[in-house]
Design a protein around this ligand. Sequence first.
Ligand SMILES: [Zn+2]
Ligand SMILES: [Zn+2]
Length: 395
Amino acid sequence: MDVDKIIKKYKLDKEIIEIRRHIHQNPELSEMENETAEYICKKLDEWNIEYIKGVADTGVVATVRGDQPGNVVALRGDMDALPIDEETNVDFASINKGIMHACGHDSHVSILLITARIMNLLKDELKGNVKFFFQPAEETIGGAARMIKDGCMENPKVDYVLGLHVDPAYDTGIVGIRYGKMYAASDMIDLNIRGKSAHGAHPNEGIDTIAVAANIINTVQTVISRNVSPLNSAVCTFGMIKGGTIRNQIADNTRLEGIIRTLDQDTRLSVREKIRTICENIGKAMGAQIEFNVTESYSPLINNDEVTRVAEKNAKHLVGEKGVVLEEYPDLSCEDFSYFAMNKPACYFHLGCHNPQNGARVDLHHPQFTIDENCMMLGVKLQVENVISLLNKGA
Ligand SMILES: [Zn+2]
Ligand SMILES: [Zn+2]
């Protein structure tokens, strides 16, 4: 099989750009990816690829069945856009005011569609099955977990999962690979401190929740500096504090909202419990009542060594040793691909998308974010090679 010949024969390098521009121009917010899903299904129909829609409401799962038995490999692309007003000058800029594909998910869908098309053209030669997860709501509620709940990992049962994200930190042609811990687990803390009001000149008659909050804010940081290994990582940030109404009155109520980020499940649970203990005990020592609530958000994304080795080898084959950056550090932001990676051996990697001729780098989620469209075909080729390596693994 010669993927380059297929790309040339079917002019897929042009088609991927057309698809991406259509999706870019018609972005939809998380959980509302209806037209995007329709467009994906229309393409799959055109190419005679079977699919199920309505997975996690707006998600689509396509399947290409190879002629011979073998492994099942799934590829994932997220579909949602962001509530951002686009400020690029491209002639295919968003026509949906206040909504923009500023995280590159338009290119992820395009890469996934064209990869599906190539795999379908190759299906006579394939051992095993390939599934394509068009996933909603990465930016908000974790569409990945919902797709798993809706059964995307079953029938046929998935053995390996791969995903990628365009990355403006790298030029086109560079692939970022990381073994092990890659993105953080996220927890949201809601802390409510109840005390007793009194005149500011008579603090002994009240219970000062602002003083309690001050102690908590300081002491909580010792969990990060004294309980988490300096070689591991964790973050606790209180980004919101509200308490009191007037300068000369003891505040009887103070509310804090914050986040905890950790890189593995054990650290996640121990940090969360230490912070809870500190809040409750400082409250107790100072006579205040504490309501401490944690809401779990995304899980930590940890790449599997075996699958990552496959991705590294194929990336080196396609872009050479120098094109592959083995990333030294994880990132304490989050990515809901983590749910697939918790479920089955998986690898998530970064695809450089910055064109140095386009001037300064603009980060993801910025209203001026653009990609170098040439990066997409490399993403397709990487995923095609990864799928074929994993389908044949152990055979
Ligand atoms: Zn994003
Ligand atoms: Zn993203």
